[in-house]
Design a protein around this ligand. Structure first.
Ligand code: HBI
Length: 112
């Protein structure tokens, strides 16, 4: 699919079924369009740890990300600590990575 608009301006759509699961080439292409995200060992998720000066900033980020996740109807797994938050994106509906995960990763980068 041609990348018509920047990932952080794109919107998620429901992507149910294995036909929406991204292949390795497209995953690599999209990884290059986001900042500092790593592919999980099983290849079914991308992760990144966002670091903050204190708990107040960490929770502010978590709240903003939760708002975006609800707006996009696409939700991350989060590991929240005093000065950092690990974000993990994967698309349960296709048992792997979809375009939605990279759209939301780009939105998380913009929030941070
Ligand atoms: N979030 N990460 C993730 N993966 C999904 O497959 C997913 C979701 N949030 C909502 C959702 N699926 C369904 O409720 C559909 O509405 C998209």
């Amino acid at each position: 699919m041609a990348d018509r608009i920047p990932l952080d301006q794109a919107r998620c759509i429901p992507r149910r079924g294995h036909e929406h699961r991204l292949g390795e080439a497209r995953v690599r292409e999209l990884l290059a369009q986001v900042d500092g995200w790593e592919l999980a060992e099983d290849g079914h998720a991308i992760t990144k740890t966002f670091r903050f000066p204190d708990y107040y900033h960490t929770i502010s980020f978590v709240n903003a990300l939760a708002h975006e996740a609800n707006r996009e109807d696409h939700h991350p797994d989060l590991s929240v600590h005093y000065d950092r938050c690990m974000v993990r994106w994967s698309t349960h509906d296709c048992d792997g990575l979809s375009e939605n995960d990279f759209i939301c990763a780009a939105k998380a980068d913009r929030l941070a």
